[in-house]
Structure formats: C-alpha cells, structure tokens
Ligand binder design. Structure first.
Ligand code: HEC
Ligand code: HEC
Ligand code: HEC
Ligand code: HEC
Ligand code: HEC
Ligand code: HEC
Length: 446
C-alpha cells in the first residue's frame, strides 16, 4: 500500500515540475515573440506621408547631404520640414532645376538665393517625381527625439534579451532537471528506508569521514596514476593555450593621438576605405593617409555637428570638436584666419596590425586580384568607434582562408591557362587559393 502512495507522490512532483517548466518556457517564448513588435512600430510610424522615407534617406545622402543637413545650416538651408514651408510644385521645380526657377523671377526662389549669397544649387533633372516625394517624405520625418531613440535602443536591448532568455531558459531547464533528480533520489532513498524498515532490516548510519577516504585514495596506486595523468594533461592543455596566444594581438586597440572614429567617417558619412587607404589597391601596404587628405574635408568641417538622425553619440560634441582641433594643431591650420601657419606637429599614429618581419603579406594581391572586401579581414570597420585588430593574423588564419576561398579567375586573362591546367589536375571546377600554391611556405615566408 505504502509503495503505491509513494509512487503517487513521485508522479505528483514530476507533473508539478513539468507544469512549472512548461509555463516558464511558454512565457519566455511569448516574450521573444513580442520583442520585435516595437521595432516595427518605429518603422511604420513615419511612413504616413506619400513617399518612402527610407528610400528618401538614401537619395538624400547620395545627392543632397554634401550641402544640406536636416537640422542645421550648411552650404544650403536646413531641410527638415521644408515640404511644410513650401508648395510641393515649387519644390519639384526647385530641386530639378533651381536656376530656371530663379531666372523666371519667382519671388521665393530669388529670396532664398540671395539669402545664401547666390550660391548655386546643383540641378537634379535626373530625379523623378517619385524620387522627390521620397526625399520630401524623409525631410518631413519628425526629429528623432530621445523617445524614438529609446524605442530603437529598446528594440536592440530586447533582441539582446531574447538571446539572454534562451540562455537563461537552458540554464533554468538544467536547474529544474537537477532539482528533479535530487528530489527523486531523496524519495528513492526514503522509499528504500521505509521498505527496509517494514521488512525489519537494520540500516547502519555510516558516518562519512574525509581522512580515511583520502588515505584509501593514496593507497590505491591505480587511482593515483590516473589522476596524475589527468592533472598533467590538464596543465598541458592550459599551458598550450597560454603559449598559443603569445604574440597574437587580436582586439588590440591602442589609444591614438587623435581620436579618429571609423564609425563616423566610414560608417555614418560613408567615406570609402580606399579614399584614405588608397594604396591598398596597388601596393603591399594599405598605408595611413597623410593629414593633407584629412584637410580636403576638414578645411570646411571645423566643428562636430553630429546629425540628429544618426546614432553616433558615443562622446560629446565638444569632445569631437576638440579632436578636430588637434588635427589643426598638427597640420598648423588656423581656423580663424583659414590659413596655414607653417607650424606642424606630425601625428604619431600607433600601428595596430603588425605581422612579423618573416611574413610577406600583400594588400593588392588580396584586394585587387582576389577581390576581397576589407571587412573580410578587418571586420566591420565602419562600426568601430576605436580601431582594433579584428583577426588573429596567425598562420592558421591565413592558411584556413586560402583553403576555403576560391581564386577569382573571371576577367583575369593571366589565370586562364593556369586555371585550365590546375583544375584538370585536381579535377575541380573552381580552384582554391591553396591549390594555386597558397600553402607553399615560400609564398609567405621570405
Ligand atoms: C552644391 C550644393 C547643394 C546640393 C548638392 C543640394 N543643394 Fe539644395 N540648396 C543649396 C543652396 C546653396 C541652397 C540655398 C539657395 C541657393 O543659394 O541656391 C539650397 C536650397 C534648397 C532648397 C530650398 C530650401 C528652402 O528653405 O526654401 C531645397 C528644397 C533644396 N535645396 C533641396 C535640395 C535637395 C532635395 C537636394 C538633393 C537632391 C539638394 N538640395 C542638393 C545647395 C545645394
Ligand atoms: C577619412 C580617412 C579614413 C577612412 C575613410 C578609413 N580610414 Fe582606416 N584609418 C584612418 C586613419 C587616420 C587610421 C589610423 C588611426 C587609427 O588607427 O584609428 C586608420 C587605421 C586603419 C586600420 C588600422 C591600421 C593599423 O595601424 O594597423 C585599418 C585596418 C583601417 N584603418 C581600415 C579601414 C577600412 C576597412 C576602412 C573602410 C571601411 C577605412 N579604414 C576607412 C583613416 C581612414
Ligand atoms: C571625406 C571627408 C573627410 C575626410 C577625408 C576626413 N574627415 Fe574627419 N570628419 C568628416 C565628417 C563629415 C565628420 C563629422 C562631422 C559632423 O558630423 O559634424 C568628421 C569628423 C571628424 C572628427 C570628429 C569625430 C571623430 O572622428 O573623432 C575628427 C577628429 C576627424 N574628423 C579627424 C579626421 C582626420 C584625422 C582625418 C584624416 C585621417 C579626417 N578626419 C578625414 C569628414 C572627413
Ligand atoms: C586578406 C586579408 C586582408 C584584406 C582583404 C585587407 N587587409 Fe588590411 N591588413 C591585413 C594584414 C594581414 C595586415 C598587416 C600587414 C602587415 O603587418 O604587414 C593589414 C594591415 C592593414 C593596415 C595597416 C597599415 C599597413 O598597410 O600595413 C591598414 C590601414 C589596412 N590593412 C587597411 C585595409 C583596407 C582599407 C583594406 C580594403 C581595401 C584592407 N586592409 C584589406 C589583411 C587584410
Ligand atoms: C579572407 C581570405 C584570405 C586571408 C585571410 C588571407 N588570404 Fe592570402 N590569398 C587569398 C586569396 C583568395 C588569394 C588568391 C589571390 C589570387 O587570385 O592570386 C591569396 C593569395 C595569397 C598569396 C599569393 C599566393 C600565390 O599563389 O601567389 C600570398 C603570398 C598570400 N595570399 C599571403 C597571405 C598571408 C601572409 C595571409 C595572412 C597574414 C593571408 N594571405 C591571408 C585569401 C586570403
Ligand atoms: C599563407 C601564408 C603562410 C604560408 C603558406 C606559410 N606560413 Fe608560416 N606563418 C605565416 C604567418 C602569418 C606567421 C605568423 C604567425 C603568428 O604570428 O602567429 C607564420 C609563422 C610561421 C612560423 C613561426 C612560428 C609561429 O607560429 O609563429 C614558422 C616556423 C612557420 N610559419 C613555418 C611555415 C612553414 C614550414 C610553412 C610551409 C609548410 C609555412 N610556414 C607556410 C604565414 C604562412
């Protein structure tokens, strides 16, 4: 009878636990499903106008951002809400060809032209009416107040949470299963005790003491041998791990003399990597741009404005403006008089990537010939506020990629014959860099 009773209570505990488990997992799944909702809300809200603000933003950045900002005067006026200030037909005419409109004597056109010291605006006859609508939809978007930003950030955080939830879920599951097991063992123990009591068997309560256990371990030569071997293997494993990371400077991110942000330049302002690292296409080294290259833009950009609709707000505007001033100090540029003073203090950039001298690496071979993106090796640089070494730059890293990446032979006459012969030899359609000789020691070691 008793047995049955116990059996029942075990079942009860298991069902209870299962029910608890189910409710935990269900509620967290519900949260996961709910998470993306705010993001779609944010995206959907501004789409009220006729045009598509997302397409408009792309057009704006490509055609207008050189002279216009949304919320600040630049070469041209701030454009946020311009569709509310002006007539739609007038805007269409102005954007497609402002010169004609001014020449026609339109009062508004002449007024704004005079206001901006008769700076001509580029004509955009190539933009369709739909394009103009899209741009205007973008400029009519409400300013992203902290609230909207919080929404976006919140969505991100929730996405992160979703990851956390699934991790927590797994851990929670394991914990529940463990408690379940412990509970079961106790019950089994209890049941056994009760059975033995019922059958009149005496169960001796053995007191566990550590000392004899330790002694019996020391006496057992086999156990000692096995644990010594285990200990040695473990320390060898850790020692190997330690030595393998010596000289591997992954994620090395030194403080540079000027806080130069790739996120702001290559990311938000979309400046092409090769505008500054132009040598990457043609030579072994990608090189760091000379400060003259910076001054092409920074003669005009002396203050950090920070676009409201962008996400780059890691530091304050004052901090960034002071960093631009450091650039001026280095090249000897007086921003008040807009002249070079002749007093220069060269910037000493700290080198981040640095292969050993016995390794030969050539950028043009990888960038121009193989057609690899910078990001394949350097990571999502356009998101780096501070530059760092993304890849380990170990021999294994080079070799792995040579084994996995096919050689780009299209449009490269040099490869035609070699490719035909080698692909016959290996019996493949596409050759990897390794099959082309990318594993020969001499190719990478002088
Ligand atoms: C070369 C610089 C330049 C570019 C590029 C440029 N603009 Fe302009 N824009 C100006 C200037 C300068 C003015 C002020 C009027 C003037 O001097 O012609 C202006 C004025 C305007 C105005 C009138 C604003 C008002 O308050 O009435 C609108 C609208 C406008 N631009 C839209 C655009 C759009 C849309 C684009 C991109 C498709 C664009 N602009 C590209 C320089 C530019
Ligand atoms: C406006 C100029 C400019 C642009 C555009 C630019 N960079 Fe740079 N880059 C620099 C400067 C200046 C440094 C040195 C300062 C530093 O390390 O942050 C640098 C450093 C680097 C380094 C580290 C060099 C080292 O010391 O090992 C890498 C890698 C790099 N850039 C890759 C890129 C990639 C990839 C892009 C395109 C997504 C890019 N850069 C766009 C100016 C630029
Ligand atoms: C193609 C144009 C261009 C070039 C070239 C350029 N910049 Fe900039 N730079 C910008 C723009 C745009 C901003 C952001 C201004 C804003 O948002 O108000 C900026 C911002 C900055 C800032 C403040 C933000 C930050 O990154 O810390 C510094 C400092 C700076 N630039 C330094 C440099 C240096 C050093 C170089 C040369 C290696 C350089 N820039 C080359 C366009 C350029
Ligand atoms: C196949 C991988 C790979 C690709 C693709 C690649 N790089 Fe590199 N890059 C490296 C390695 C490796 C180094 C270290 C070179 C050294 O120390 O000699 C390096 C170094 C650099 C440096 C430091 C200065 C120098 O020339 O040594 C810059 C800047 C740089 N890369 C920019 C770029 C840019 C910009 C691109 C895209 C046009 C690019 N890299 C594409 C692997 C790559
Ligand atoms: C992201 C992939 C990738 C990485 C990482 C990479 N390579 Fe390459 N590499 C290639 C490809 C693809 C080619 C073939 C290019 C071609 O068409 O000649 C190549 C070619 C070469 C060649 C010329 C081989 C030949 O047959 O002439 C050398 C040398 C070389 N790589 C050195 C290196 C070194 C050194 C490193 C590490 C620091 C490295 N590579 C990292 C993709 C990579
Ligand atoms: C694709 C390019 C590449 C090829 C092919 C290559 N190596 Fe390396 N090797 C490297 C790089 C990069 C390093 C630097 C590794 C580091 O700093 O961790 C290196 C480092 C070494 C080292 C120094 C030990 C170490 O790990 O730092 C030795 C030894 C070596 N290579 C031997 C060879 C031999 C032998 C071959 C031919 C079987 C060979 N390598 C082929 C790129 C290459």
């Amino acid at each position: 009878m008793k047995k049955v009773g116990n059996h029942k209570s075990i079942l009860k505990v298991i069902t209870l636990n299962l029910a608890f488990l189910l409710s935990v997992s269900l509620s967290s799944f519900a949260q996961e499903a709910a998470a993306p909702a705010p993001a779609t809300d944010v995206a959907a809200a501004p789409a009220a106008g006729a045009g598509d603000p997302a397409a408009g933003k792309a057009l704006f950045n490509a055609n207008c951002a050189a002279c216009h900002k949304l919320d600040a005067k630049m070469t041209g006026p701030a454009l946020r809400g311009v569709a509310e200030r002006r007539d739609r037909a007038w805007l269409g005419k102005w954007i497609k060809n402002s010169k004609d409109l001014i020449a026609s004597g339109d009062a508004d056109a002449v007024k704004i032209f005079e206001e901006f010291n008769k700076t001509p605006m580029t004509a955009f006859p190539q933009l369709s009416d739909a394009d103009v609508d899209n741009i205007l939809a973008y400029t009519s978007q409400p300013k992203e107040e902290p609230k909207a930003v919080a929404g976006v950030a919140g969505a991100g955080a929730q996405a992160g949470d979703a990851m956390g939830i699934s991790n927590n879920l797994v851990l929670g599951l394991l914990a529940v299963i463990l408690t379940l097991l412990v509970g079961l063992l106790f019950m089994v123990n209890n049941t056994l005790r009760k059975i033995s009591a019922a059958n009149g068997v005496e169960v001796a309560d053995r007191k566990l003491s550590l000392l004899p256990l330790w002694r019996s371990f020391a006496k057992n030569q086999f156990l000692v041998l096995v644990s010594t071997i285990l200990l040695m293997l473990m320390s060898a494993y850790f020692a190997y791990g330690y030595f393998m990371q010596v000289g591997v400077d992954q994620n090395y991110a030194p403080i540079q003399p000027i806080h130069y942000s790739h996120k702001i330049h290559a990311g938000d302002n979309g400046i092409d990597c090769k505008y500054c690292h132009s040598a990457a296409r043609t030579s072994k080294n990608a090189g760091i741009p000379s400060l003259n290259v910076c001054m092409n833009c920074h003669k005009n950009i002396s203050e950090f404005q920070g676009d409201k609709d962008s996400t780059y707000v890691d530091y304050t505007k004052e901090f960034y403006t002071a960093e631009i001033q450091k650039l001026y100090d280095a090249v000897g540029w007086d921003k008040a008089t807009q002249k070079y003073t002749g007093k220069q203090k060269p910037v000493k950039w700290v080198r981040i990537h640095n292969l050993q001298d016995f390794v030969y690496f050539n950028h043009s071979q990888h960038v121009s010939v193989a057609g690899l993106e910078c990001q394949t090796c350097h990571g999502p640089v356009e998101t780096f506020e501070i530059m760092k070494q993304h890849s380990p730059l170990t021999m294994g890293w080079c070799i792995n990629c040579h084994r996995e990446t096919n050689v780009k032979t299209e449009g490269n006459a040099y490869y035609e014959k070699i490719h035909a012969e080698l692909s016959k030899k290996y019996g493949v359609d596409k050759l990897t860099a390794a099959q082309m000789g990318g594993l020969e020691c001499g190719k990478c070691h002088y």
